[in-house]
Write a protein that binds this ligand. Sequence first.
Ligand code: NAI
Length: 329
Amino acid sequence: MRILFYAAKSYDRESFDAALKKYSDIEIDYIDHELGPRSASLAVGYDIVCAFVSANINAKTLQIFAKCGIKAVLMRCAGYNNVDVEKAKELGILVKIVPGYSPEGVAELAMGLALAANRRLCKSYNRIRENDYSIDGLCGLNFHGKTAGIIGTGKIGYAMCNICTGFGMKVIAYDVYKNPMLEKFVEYVSLNELYRRSDLISLHCPLTDKNRHMINSEAISKMRDGVILVNTSRGGLIDTTDLIRGLKQGKFHGVGLDVYEEEAGNVYENRSCDMSFSSTTSRLLAFPNVVMTSHQGFYTKEALDAIAATTLQNATEAIAGKRSANDIA
Ligand code: NAI
């Protein structure tokens, strides 16, 4: 079985080559190109393609795959908002994901961002490197005794509820389904109540057509003044223009973003010598209380190993035409 692996980075090759030792029947070709309609035809001669969060797996991409005889698209991630699932079903192309490869790792980054934004850690780090030992402007808030509002209490949200509880926070949550493992120590509330009561809001729900821009000016206006907002889920959950408006109005004590709307052209690329910056991303970066990382929530050793192992298992099942809980199409 031949797999074309799009947008491969050195750490992908390392983890997949190690996992591949167990699969003598699988051959992987790694390419740097990102997957989209313009690069889909590179998959001719392959059985399966493997893609990540920034791929554009729209109807056109899938139609080209169908012509190339591609049997399955293996997402080496949990989110699949970049896949036209209905088109894949229509064309009979299997799409498999890797759910829950290391939810604790993503939740730990979410808390890391919350702390960094709250305690101005990045600003402080830069100051001290300049021999500046002053601390004015770096004052934070105690998390202990405050209220954390978790939106989406699946695998990552569950881990985040545990972390916040460990910090001595009262945890409230909103989800379309209640997680029975949380009912003993988490209070489920409406979204409006969560906005009204939370000192820290962390997003852990998937991005869908229904909840795109759920964090907009209206939602922000319902939040407490001085709230800390963290997004490690998907950039499209937040309307960036409205977030910037809220930041300018001083609504937020801090904002931590591992994902943001315009990330597709940026993630995992070194653009440090690039002169063409997008206005909204650079505007976000200009706020002293905003901390951003480049979609690295998934990026731990444990997660990389788990992603490689499950993706190769998905490949074997896809070729055998076997359905599993990892199928989205
Ligand atoms: P999950 O499927 O275990 O949990 C998602 C939860 O969100 C479910 O309980 C679901 O009922 C809930 N939900 C769905 N729609 C909702 C809505 N409109 N409002 C509130 N809750 C809603 O998924 P998991 O593994 O916890 O991942 C969550 C998200 O985290 C993924 O969809 C992905 O976008 C993102 N993610 C980000 C990573 C990163 O590197 N930053 C890595 C892995 C995942």
